[in-house]
Ligand binder design. Structure first.
Ligand code: SAH
Ligand code: SF4
Ligand code: F3S
Length: 444
């Protein structure tokens, strides 16, 4: 259904992970095709879409705070509000029944219905009443094949290669918000990669909640990443997030040997204690994880390793936490995202285990682990001082227009004084590193 003129202006705000960033690009494409326009300016929008995340309670809180801002806006003038993404899927009943602000709810597999839902809501509003619309079915097949994302500008193009997750780690809400695993057709992925490069993108990041369990006929993830990296004119290929269970040697070798595949592996550890790993349902032990790290480091010399860790999971004792600290000291990750455990309704952990680590202990543990990792990150970054590194120029540094900013192959941020030179985003340059903090390398 095409909306009536004048053309409705849509403003979209995206929270959560890169999968949501990528989904927002699909949503934009689908809506533009149906006659909607997009605006950066929320004040001018007829429709505000909020693409939401449900991974931790903080994410919920942030989005609720954001929705209450929209209430003010909606009091002043006609506005259609749509909530998309994982929180829409997960809190459908709460949002549909208790949140008068929300006109439209659409889960991650139902975005094809958005143009119709928004048109209906806009038309109803024009006639002076409110018509709510919800599309929340999860699908075993939807991969949005045939829809070319309307990409954000920049040097990086996201390409979602698989959707959903079948792992059911006991702490995690994603299998409930994004449904079952399904992989896209490899030929379509390659067409998208070629299109992105033709439009000037220099880097492609392959996305999936379990990106390396990609499987389509004879194609596994190792074959896919090689084929994408063979795209003519591409500079870099990255991927996120992989699960440690799907790292066959063929994949490690693809990363090691293909010059366009970045030597960066994000390898979520979650915990260092075997007892906790088992309760989490992660399917590996600490020793197996370490063996994988050794295999990766031996095969990909100089690889940058990053991770995710949860502190204060159900029943985590001081001893369990010490195991995690020791593991972090042993692996010496280049950097880590460290989270406090946040119970998610209906997950296996919420149903089976007590969320019994007191908040102040979760807080103390996360601070301690962050400090350990900050020191390691600093030391590892300082090991790069004196080295010449290839940097993909991104944009001006956030804090200063006299500095340029870019990323190393390992995804570490580098800034440098531009002086009078002009660096075009998307070019590869070489810089000698002369200083380093835990967050940034400084190039000459
Ligand atoms: N699919 C990715 C993870 C996506 S979520 C993977 O398996 O690696 C990103 C990270 O959020 C997870 O790795 C985990 O560390 C964290 N996380 C997920 N659920 C959480 C919860 N309930 N509480 C705290 N952190 C959580
Ligand atoms: Fe969540 Fe585990 Fe799936 Fe990652 S692999 S999305 S942590 S259930
Ligand atoms: Fe959040 Fe959903 Fe991504 S819960 S982390 S937006 S998959």
């Amino acid at each position: 259904m095409t909306p009536k003129s004048p053309i409705p202006q849509v403003h979209i705000e995206t929270f959560g992970c890169q999968m949501n960033e990528s989904d927002s690009e699909l949503v934009r494409s689908m809506l533009k095709r149906e006659g909607f326009a997009f605006t950066e300016d929320r004040e001018r929008a007829d429709v505000v879409l909020v693409n939401t995340c449900a991974i931790r309670e903080n994410a919920h809180k942030k989005i609720y705070a954001h929705l209450s801002e929209l209430k003010g806006l909606k009091k002043r003038r006609p506005l259609v509000v749509g909530v998309l993404g994982c929180m829409a899927q997960n809190l459908k009943n709460e949002l549909a029944e208790k949140e008068p602000l929300v006109d439209v709810l659409a889960g991650p597999d139902a975005y094809r219905q958005l143009p119709m839902l928004l048109s209906t809501a806009l038309e109803a509003q024009e006639q002076g009443f409110s018509q709510k619309g919800f599309a929340l079915d999860l699908s075993e097949y939807e991969t949005y094949e045939g829809i070319m994302p309307d990409r954000d500008s920049g040097v990086n193009a996201w390409i979602t290669v698989m959707r959903g997750c079948d792992n059911f780690c006991s702490f995690c809400v994603v299998p409930y918000t994004r449904g079952r695993e399904r992989s896209r057709d490899p030929e379509n992925i390659l067409v998208e990669a070629r299109e992105a490069v033709a439009r000037g993108f220099k880097q492609i990041t392959l996305l999936g909640q379990n990106v390396n369990s990609y499987c389509a006929g004879e194609w596994d993830f190792a074959k896919l990443i090689r084929a994408v990296a063979d795209t003519l004119g591409i500079d870099r290929v990255r991927f996120t997030s992989p699960h440690p269970k799907d790292f066959p040697i063929a994949l490690i070798e693809a990363i090691a040997t293909h010059p366009k595949v970045c030597k960066h592996v994000h390898l979520p550890l979650q915990a260092g204690s075997d007892r906790i790993l088992d309760l989490m349902g992660r399917t590996y032990t600490g020793a197996e994880y370490l063996a994988l790290v050794d295999r990766i480091r031996q095969t990909i010399p100089g690889v940058v390793l990053t991770t995710d860790i949860i502190c204060g999971f159900c029943t985590e004792s001081d001893q369990d936490f010490q195991d995690t600290c020791r593991m972090v000291e042993r692996v010496r990750f280049d950097s880590a995202f460290i989270f406090k455990y946040s119970e998610r309704k209906n997950t296996i952990a919420a149903r089976k285990y007590p969320d019994d680590v007191p908040e102040h202990i979760k807080g103390a543990r996360i601070s301690k682990l962050m400090e350990i990792q900050r020191q390691i990150t600093l030391e590892r970054n300082r090991e790069l001082i004196g080295k010449k590194l290839v940097i993909l120029v991104d944009r001006d540094a956030t804090r200063s227009s006299t500095q340029g900013m870019g990323k190393t192959d390992g995804n570490i941020t580098v800034v440098w004084d531009k002086g009078t030179s002009h660096f075009v985003p998307g070019t590869l340059i070489t810089k000698r590193i002369f200083d380093a903090s835990a967050a940034t390398l400084y190039g000459e």
